[in-house]
Design a protein around this ligand. Structure first.
Ligand SMILES: Cc1ncc(COP(=O)(O)O)c(C=O)c1O
Length: 402
């Protein structure tokens, strides 16, 4: 075949290889501690793992039904009722997907037409922009930026102005990656009122629903008055059961939204993860103590990482939830001579002190807003976090004025 520069579809030009691949390769090359990608370094609960092993042994190794096995769809419906009081018909209102990522792609590809607009808070999980582009639609970003207290907030006027005649979907992520923000009730009420006023569909990614700290409550927007009928809720077992490699996710909501997303989803993977589906069903039925302990232990890890980052001199934004802590590198860079943009800072960091993080600018439609921010993952064992903190303190603490 002749060399040509138009092989990649124009829709995906500019997406290239993700920064996670570059940073993980750098971690391997330098032997650095990898706090870049958000995956836990311990296995999930024994009951969940044992159920998957038994399912493989018991012959659950062929294509499962298109919408997912009935037991898992029932477990998702039970979970939504138990935690949020939402009533779902597991046959028509729940579909199992190849992770939340496929549910997001299915929703966007199944609902958007060329020229439609999606209002989305930035920074954002990187698959959103790619899925919107593949649908030939346009992302209209609304900025989340730290206020004086270090809490990430949006500007209501920017949100209002972002919604236009072509807006079809408002894409929400709460708890939010990478900022660790949990959208509060007043914010969700404002978003819901705008969705109703402009007749928008809300697609909400809630994969970190069980990873909230300090008593912050995760509120699914589907529970607000008038919202269930216009909301597609997406989640996954990866974060909640420390099984990110299994890629078992789901979407739930009113029949019409689920049907539209399912129509696209069936031509993406069709189905996946037969033996992992009963295992995630077992996980969703674990007792309240499991979910409380999960959030509690991650909060302890968050505290260790926040202390380490502050000790090293970083301006550190304490997350209300999720796997991630965001810092502003400028003070540390100015004092130590390290690069002061996130991208260069992260490329330099493994060589300087043996730690890998990721630059937040890759999560922005307008990268200039995230230029100085860097994300560290706290979903690691405490001794790993402490070792990384020690290296960061060793590299920077003496340089930064207290
Ligand atoms: C906000 C958000 N949504 C979705 C995903 C992906 O979920 P899954 O692995 O279930 O596809 C991630 C993973 O990091 C995420 O942070």
């Amino acid at each position: 075949m002749t060399e040509r520069d138009d092989v990649l579809t124009a829709k995906l030009r500019g997406f290239g290889t993700t920064i996670f691949a570059e940073m993980s390769a750098l971690a391997v090359e330098t032997g650095a501690i990898n706090l870049g990608q958000g995956f836990p370094d311990t296995d999930g609960p024994g009951e969940v793992l044992d159920t998957a092993v038994a399912a493989i042994r018991d012959g659950h190794n062929q294509y499962p039904p298109g919408p997912g096995i009935a037991d898992l769809r029932c477990a998702v419906a039970e979970h939504q009722r138990r935690f949020y009081g939402l009533d779902l018909d597991p046959d028509r209102q729940v579909v199992i997907t190849a992770g939340a990522t496929e549910a997001i792609a299915g929703a966007l590809l199944g609902m958007l037409d060329a020229g439609d607009e999606v209002v989305v808070f930035e920074p954002m999980y990187d698959s959103y922009a790619a899925s919107i582009a593949l649908a030939d639609a346009t992302a209209v970003p609304v900025l989340l930026a730290p206020d004086d207290d270090g809490t990430f907030v949006y500007d209501s006027n920017e949100l209002r102005t972002a919604i236009g005649a072509r807006t079809k979907i408002l894409l929400l992520n709460t708890p939010h990656n990478p900022t660790g923000k949990v959208f509060g009730r007043a914010e969700l009420e404002e978003i819901a009122a705008l969705a109703i006023e402009h007749d928008l569909i809300v697609v909400t990614d809630e994969v970190y629903e069980h990873l909230t700290f300090d008593g912050n409550e995760h509120i699914p927007i589907a529970t607000l008055p008038g919202m269930f009928e216009r909301t597609l809720t997406i989640s996954s077992g990866g974060k909640t059961f420390r099984t990110t490699g299994w890629k078992i996710g789901w979407m739930s909501g009113p029949d019409a939204l689920v049907a539209a997303a399912r129509t696209a989803k069936q031509f993406l993977t069709f189905v996946n993860g037969a033996p992992f589906q009963p295992a995630i069903a077992a996980g969703l039925r674990l007792g309240d103590d499991y979910f409380a302990e999960l959030a509690g232990s991650l909060q302890t890890a968050r505290d260790h990482l926040v202390d380490g980052l502050r000790g090293a001199g970083f301006t550190t934004y304490v997350p209300e939830a999720t796997y991630f802590v965001t810092v502003d590198v400028r003070a540390v860079a100015a004092a130590s001579g390290a690069p002061d943009t996130g991208l260069d800072f992260c490329r330099d960091l493994p060589h300087r002190c043996g730690v890998v993080a990721v630059p937040d600018e890759v999560f922005y439609a307008r990268p200039e807003h995230g230029r100085h921010l860097v994300r560290f993952a706290c979903c690691k064992q405490l001794d790993v976090i402490d070792a990384a903190a020690e290296r960061l303190r060793g590299a920077f603490a003496a340089e930064v004025p207290a």
